[in-house]
Every structure is written in structure tokens, then in C-alpha cells.
Design a protein around this ligand. Structure first.
Ligand SMILES: [Zn+2]
Length: 483
């Protein structure tokens, strides 16, 4: 049985979807105004592992991710500039061009890290009518007020506000007020209130703006995730993920506006990935530690070594990235690839991705076929709130275990890789050099063939085959390889 830590209840709970085997799963996507960095890499590897674990447990995952291409401001308090407009200004390009460029960069990063793309990925700008409808609904139900800046959600009208943080609204207000740099929007009734629709300020020409019942403008950032997730997955989702920094504002506000509009619980399981530090510090451009996956590649690292590194820490613990730790992970990963190649050589050709399917679907249960201790232990690790570090340790135990036949090891490793995503199935079988003795025989055979002494040539061919090698005559010459 899969168990997950739920931020909402602050407990590890058995995971039960509303309509098994279906699982509705929404992940907050990136704001595409700049390059994807290592922090993103960690967040999306976590979300990917969760999806793979759900699939391993025989669930049919329906996953949606948004691409934020409008409305995400530089400040969390509804002030500041729109990050997208700022990015366009910086690069002297249109907002649409910026969105396309950095969305492509994000997808490229996903591919390099072997992160499965969610079934539906959609930009916020394609859901503006749904967002306007949602704001109207909230307005009709009396949860909003309109000021010159736009339409705001009155958080005091939603009694459960802040539930996700485990803090009262008074405490949340205090912490917002304590943030000295935060400028409060004029006319906002309570510090925790948030924008649903922002009006384009007079005299400002935005590249992205739309007409609405409240004037020309753009949606608030939180609005997009509620509108898209409910439109595509229904009013109550099984799972919603994001980074821990989303808990106090973005996700808290998503809950308030969604539940206020539907009267139903918005999300049953909230899961959050912890921060990534770089050399013990927060990643930032000013510190010069804003690394991309491309920076690793430029230094000669395989991106999957980074995936391996991130999987050695549990998603709910902070992780500190250093170049030394990446070096260590890269060594471990290349050892893994080498060991796997060894197994491949001893146990026949690579078989590709092993399907984790049973004849009869039994959702919620990872398949346990043979009486196999390793598989059982692997399942209990991954199903224990995604304990991937423990699953990786188990993988190494299996590799070192002399009692398990190579063929069985290979099968298990490919099966585990459905969750770990370390690309084992695409590792090519490297041919060992042909021993000198065999090469000599091959040359001898060539000589006989040249002399048209086919009887002797055939005899030598048989001798080569008896020693475990194959002789192939092609129009371009003769080759010898391991059987
Ligand atoms: Zn979101």
C-alpha cells in the first residue's frame, strides 16, 4: 500500500484516490521568463518519481502541468512587475517569444533528465476565459471586492484560510507585515487578501492583456492553477505538487479560491519538494550560483548523474548541491552503467523497458510476482513516502549479491528503473575486443578462402564458433564478434 506525506494533515497517510484506478494529479509548472535551473530540476524529478511510483502501483495517472506565461509577479504580495513582461523587456523580444524560448528550454531539461512529460501541459494564456468565469463565480458568491488595482479575494470570508500552513490567519498576516520589503497594494483590506484579476495600470501598455468585466488586465497567478486544474481534472484532485515555497501563499490561495467557488474540497493530497541549496546558499543570480543542466554538461557530466544525485536525498529534506557531490554521483552512476553492461554481457541481449503489467489490474498494488525479496523490499521503500535513497541502496545490494543469478539481476534492475529512470534500458551492449587467438583464426580462414580452399575455411569457421564467436561475411569484408 502506497503511503505519502500529506502537507495538509502533516502526516504520512495511505494513499487512496477518489476513483481508482484513476489518479488526478496536478503539478505547478515553471514561469517561463528565464532558464530552468537546478532547483527546478530537483522539483520536477520529485514530481516525476511520484508519477512513476503511482504507475508502478498500477494506477492510471492523469497528470496536468501548467506553464505560467502571464501574471506571475516579482513580488508575492500582488505588487511588482510581471516576470514575463520584465523578461521580454530585458531581452527586447515579445512576451510570446520569451515564453516559447524558455518553454523549449524547460522541455529540453526534462528530456535530458529523463523526466516523463505529464500527459497534459498547457500554458496559462490558453485558459483566460475559464479564469474570468471563476472570478465571476467568486464575485457572485460574495468572496471578492474590487478596488482600482483589480479584483481581490477577501480571505476573512473563507474560515479555513491558511489551513495548509498549519497557521492561523492572524499569524499569516503578522508574517506578511513583518516582511519589511513588502509593499501592500492600496485599498487591499487584509494583508492576506490576494488578486484574482489585475487591471492594467493607467498609462501602462502591457504586451499581454485581455478584456474582462472588471476592465482590461490579466489574471492573478494563483488563479491560473485553480482554473486549469479544475477544468481538466474536476473540482477535487487526488494530488497536487509544488515546491515548499508554494505552501504559504500560492497553494494557500489556490485552496481558498477553489473551495470558495465549488464548496468542495480542492485537493486530497498535497505534496511538496524541499529546497535545493548550492554550496550551502540559496541559489541566486547575484551569487553566481544559478546553475543550469547545460553547465553540468559543459563540465563533462552526464545529466543523469544529476538525477542520480538528487535521488540520493529524500524529497522532503533540504539538499546541498556541491560540485564534489556531483562528482561522487557521476562516479557511482558510471559504475552502475558498467555493472549493468557486465550483466548484459553475461545474460544475453538487452531487452528494453520491462513492462510492469499484470494480467488482472489490481490498482494500488505494485505487482509482486516471484517470491522475490528484492522486489518486495524495493516496493516497500518506494511506497514508504517515496524513499528513493533507500531504493537506491537496495539496488546496490542486489548488484553485489552473488546469490542472485545475472539474468534475474538484470530483470530486476530494468524493473526498478521504471521508477528510478536512470536510462538502464537504453544502455548499449558494448562489444568486448575479440581475443588475439580468435583474430588469428579469422585471418587463417581468410587465407583459405582466398586460396579457394573452402573445406579448410569451413573447418576454421567451426573452430571459431566452438570458441564462442561468430564469423560474418559481408560485401565489405569479414567480421568476427561474440555470440
Ligand atoms: Zn501553481
Amino acid at each position: 500500500m502506497l503511503k505519502l506525506y500529506n502537507t495538509l494533515t502533516r502526516k504520512i497517510e495511505p494513499f487512496k484516490p477518489l476513483n481508482p484506478p484513476a489518479v488526478t494529479y496536478y503539478s505547478c509548472g515553471p514561469t517561463v521568463y528565464d532558464y530552468a535551473h537546478l532547483g527546478h530540476a530537483r522539483t520536477y524529478i520529485f514530481a516525476d518519481i511520484l508519477e512513476r511510483v503511482l504507475e508502478y502501483n498500477q494506477f492510471d495517472v492523469k497528470r496536468v502541468m501548467n506553464i505560467t506565461d502571464v501574471g506571475h509577479l516579482t513580488s508575492d504580495s500582488d505588487t511588482g512587475e510581471d516576470k514575463m513582461e520584465k523578461g521580454a523587456e530585458r531581452e527586447k523580444k515579445s512576451v510570446w517569444d520569451i515564453a516559447k524560448f524558455y518553454t523549449d528550454d524547460f522541455f529540453e531539461m526534462l528530456k535530458k533528465l529523463n523526466i516523463q512529460k505529464p500527459a497534459i501541459i498547457t500554458p496559462a494564456t490558453e485558459y483566460i476565459p475559464q479564469m474570468i468565469t471563476l472570478v465571476k463565480k467568486l464575485e457572485e458568491k460574495g468572496f471578492t471586492y474590487t478596488i482600482s488595482d483589480g479584483v481581490y479575494f477577501d480571505t476573512t470570508k473563507f474560515p479555513k484560510y491558511g489551513e495548509l500552513t498549519g497557521q492561523t490567519i492572524e499569524k499569516l498576516e503578522k508574517s506578511i507585515k513583518a516582511g519589511a520589503r513588502i509593499e501592500i497594494v492600496k485599498g487591499k483590506k487584509h494583508p492576506t487578501d490576494f488578486a484574482l484579476w489585475k487591471r492594467t495600470p493607467p498609462g501602462v501598455k502591457r504586451q499581454m492583456e485581455w478584456d474582462s468585466p472588471w476592465g482590461r488586465g490579466f489574471p492573478g497567478w494563483h488563479m491560473e492553477c485553480s482554473a486549469m486544474s479544475m477544468e481538466l481534472l474536476g473540482p477535487t484532485l487526488d494530488i497536487h505538487t509544488g515546491g515548499v515555497d508554494h505552501i504559504p501563499i500560492h497553494h494557500t490561495n489556490e485552496i481558498a479560491q477553489s473551495e470558495a467557488s465549488t464548496g468542495k474540497k480542492f485537493v486530497n493530497f498535497w505534496l511538496h519538494g524541499e529546497h535545493l541549496l548550492i554550496d550551502g546558499q540559496k541559489m541566486s543570480k547575484s551569487l553566481g550560483n544559478f546553475y543550469r543542466v547545460k553547465d553540468m554538461e559543459d563540465k563533462g557530466f552526464d545529466p543523469l548523474a544529476l538525477r542520480y544525485l538528487f535521488m540520493t536525498a529524500h524529497y522532503r529534506t533540504q539538499m546541498n548541491f556541491t560540485w564534489e557531490s556531483l562528482e561522487g554521483a557521476a562516479n557511482a552512476y558510471s559504475r552502475l552503467k558498467k555493472d549493468f553492461q557486465e550483466l548484459n554481457r553475461h545474460s544475453g541481449k538487452p531487452e528494453g523497458r520491462v513492462q510492469n503489467l499484470s494480467l488482472k489490474k489490481d490498482p494500488g498494488q505494485a505487482r509482486m510476482t516471484e517470491d522475490n525479496n528484492y522486489k518486495e523490499k524495493f516496493i516497500s521503500a518506494i511506497n514508504n513516502d517515496l524513499n528513493i535513497p533507500s531504493a537506491i541502496a537496495l539496488m546496490w545490494d542486489l548488484i553485489k549479491d552473488k546469490k542472485v543469478p545475472d539474468n534475474e539481476k538484470k530483470k530486476l534492475l530494468l524493473d526498478f528503473d521504471n521508477v528510478l529512470g536512470l536510462g538502464l534500458s537504453s544502455i548499449k551492449l558494448v562489444q568486448q575486443p575479440v581475443p588475439v587467438e580468435i583474430e588469428k583464426l579469422a585471418k587463417e580462414r581468410e587465407k583459405f578462402r582466398y586460396e579457394k580452399n573452402f573445406k579448410e575455411a569451413d573447418r576454421v569457421r567451426k573452430e571459431i564458433e566452438e570458441k564462442g564467436y561468430l564469423v560474418e561475411d559481408t560485401p565489405t569484408g569479414t567480421s568476427v564478434k561474440e555470440k
